[in-house]
Design a protein around this ligand. Structure first.
Ligand SMILES: [Zn+2]
Ligand SMILES: [Zn+2]
Length: 258
């Protein structure tokens, strides 16, 4: 069964294509399941390059309509990839219970440091930030509100060495995921970004092999996510490559998050 639970649309302001464009491409690629997980908006804060809050209702209605239209051919799910912070716990519950989303993906790009300042993990100045990032991800996992963690090794995007703190951040996320039986996503978009020089060699920003070695040791469930930002990426070469790499690494790949 071919599936993808990590799909963006133009509503997040940095991807291309409508919901319909992705559905048509998924059908053409013989997917059985397509889960939409555009970047989730917050009513009181704009993290930038995100769906405006006013778009949320249109997004959900559009998926509902397409669900009806493609019934029997393609199973659609309504989700969001969303930042985690405990101050929004009621909001996540509102999305799941009142807005009837099928799932939330924990996609942590921003986190609050111990001083309460909002930080973007993509611009970490030292690997100390990795520990704070990991602790935020773990707090999200512990709520039980998320179906999977998107790119749990996103912090490896920084041009910093894989040191003891990088290893410790990995350990914290993997241990917490193991304790809560959480699915981790092996993200194909990291492969799309291509290889670059890092202190630990020429590699893609993520997935990082050292991280996934720990995931393998713990026998965690792993989902391959396209993280497509254009319809032609739904099941592209990078998704196939990610699946091959996950297999090569001995990961326990599943095809659904439910
Ligand atoms: Zn993301
Ligand atoms: Zn994404």
């Amino acid at each position: 069964m071919k599936s993808n639970f990590h799909t963006h649309t133009r509503r997040c302001l940095h991807a291309y294509g409508s919901e319909r464009d992705y559905v048509l491409k998924a059908a053409e690629e013989d997917l059985s399941i397509l889960g939409f997980s555009d970047h989730g908006p917050f009513p009181d804060h704009d993290f930038g390059y995100r769906m405006p809050y006013e778009e949320l209702e249109h997004y959900l209605q559009s998926i509902d309509k397409l669900s009806e239209e493609f019934k029997g051919n393609l199973q659609l799910y309504k989700g969001l990839e969303i930042e985690y912070h405990q101050r929004y716990d009621d909001y996540y519950r509102f999305l799941l219970q009142e807005r009837h989303l099928d799932y939330l993906a924990l996609g942590e790009h921003f986190y609050y440091d111990p001083a309460g300042n909002l930080q973007n993990i993509v611009f970490a100045s030292s690997t100390e930030a990795y520990l704070e990032y990991a602790d935020n991800v773990c707090r999200g996992i512990e709520t039980g509100l998320f179906r999977f963690v998107a790119h749990p090794d996103l912090y490896c995007i920084n041009v910093l060495p894989w040191d003891d703190r990088a290893q410790e951040a990995c350990q914290r996320i993997v241990s917490c995921a193991a304790k809560h039986d959480m699915i981790l996503e092996f993200n194909a978009n990291g492969f799309r970004r291509g290889k670059r020089p890092y202190p630990d060699g020429l590699r893609v920003p993520y997935p990082h092999p050292a991280f996934w070695e720990k995931v393998r040791e713990q026998h965690l469930r792993v989902i391959i996510g396209s993280d497509c930002h254009a319809p032609e990426q739904v099941a592209d070469e990078s998704v196939r490559y990610a699946a091959e790499q996950a297999k090569r690494l001995g990961l326990d790949v599943v095809d659904t998050i439910f």
